[in-house]
Design a protein around this ligand. Structure first.
Ligand code: AHR
Length: 303
């Protein structure tokens, strides 16, 4: 009976889609995975999920296996920007549309259907604009970068630098990757504090994601300083835990990254199958949140 039902589900499934996810390095990533799986289930899509555990080689293997299974489309969240040309070409030759979800690649646009993602350069610029206003353009900043080689880290760095370059008294005094993880953020922040003789001169922390900011909060507290007061903290994602930290006065601003990327990605594949035009970039940018609404946001988002 169970087998019969399984077979009939496969036969009736609207589409079979492969999803190569990066891993589960952050709270945001976990929400994105859950949201895409839930959206697939809601639509009756047979989703083949593969967790790459942060390795590009695993993603390339997954994409090849999806091609061999004859999926209707592929969602690819690329861990790094470069090295995708060959496998994207293989998908294209097999007539399988690939949607880049969340992160971008450094490859010709005709190798994929579309990118469903935020503009990370704008996120970095927004963080810097907030910081410049908050500090009157005078601040020594330390930067916690995301995964080396990822579009999220490259573009958030570029956007931030493009704005602070207008303020001669804002200096990025240290910058290193914490790999988008809470433990990485804590470890790198500890090394920054040590290198800066305790950190009394550090005016702000710019973290490429909330998890690293939360790790930095721990490191700053353990060093006997008050995060959010002695040092401003601005980060990106807007996960529930950062709203709790903002409500507690430990961090100062976050920029929302929408994790609900399944619906526009599946719509794009469906549209392409129907022969409709699909734009090359479906943008999903979010606003900046401040402590004034943090308690309320935390209540809503942690349900
Ligand atoms: O690519 C988006 C980034 O990846 C998110 O900001 C971060 O939390 C995640 O790991």
């Amino acid at each position: 009976m169970g087998v019969a039902l399984g077979l009939s589900f496969a036969a009736q499934a609207e589409m079979m889609i492969g999803f190569s996810q990066i891993g589960s390095e952050s709270g945001w990533r976990t929400s994105e995975t859950a949201s895409i799986k839930a959206e697939a289930e809601k639509r009756g899509i047979d989703l083949k999920f593969s967790d790459a555990q942060q390795k590009q080689e695993n993603q390339i293997k997954a994409v090849r296996s999806f091609i061999a299974q004859g999926v209707d489309g592929i969602l690819l969240a690329p861990v790094v920007e470069t090295g995708w040309d060959q496998v994207l070409k293989e998908a294209k030759d097999a007539g399988i549309p690939v949607v880049l979800v969340d992160r971008g690649v450094d490859a010709s646009e005709d190798l994929y259907l579309t990118k469903v993602a935020s503009d990370f350069v704008v996120e970095g610029a927004l963080a810097a604009a907030w910081l410049a206003a908050e500090t009157n353009g005078v601040c020594d900043v330390v930067e916690l970068q995301g995964t080396v080689g990822s579009s999220a880290a490259n573009d958030r760095k570029e956007g931030f630098e493009s704005v602070v370059s207008n303020f001669p008294a804002i200096n990025i005094i240290r910058s290193q990757s914490g790999d988008f993880t809470r433990s990485g953020g804590k470890e790198v922040m500890e090394s920054f504090l040590k290198a800066e003789n305790g950190g009394a001169n550090i005016c702000a922390v710019y973290a490429h994601n909330d998890d690293m900011a939360l790790g930095a909060v721990q490191a700053i507290k353990e060093a006997g300083l008050n995060p959010g007061e002695d040092m401003l903290i601005v980060s990106i994602d807007a996960v529930p835990d950062i709203f709790k930290a903002m409500a507690d006065g430990d961090t100062n601003a976050t920029i929302e990254l929408n994790p609900h990327l399944g619906a526009p990605s599946f719509d794009a594949i469906k549209a392409a199958k129907a022969g409709e035009e699909v734009p090359k970039w479906i943008k999903a940018n979010g606003p900046l949140f401040l402590p004034d609404t943090a308690a309320e946001e935390y209540k809503m988002r942690s349900k």
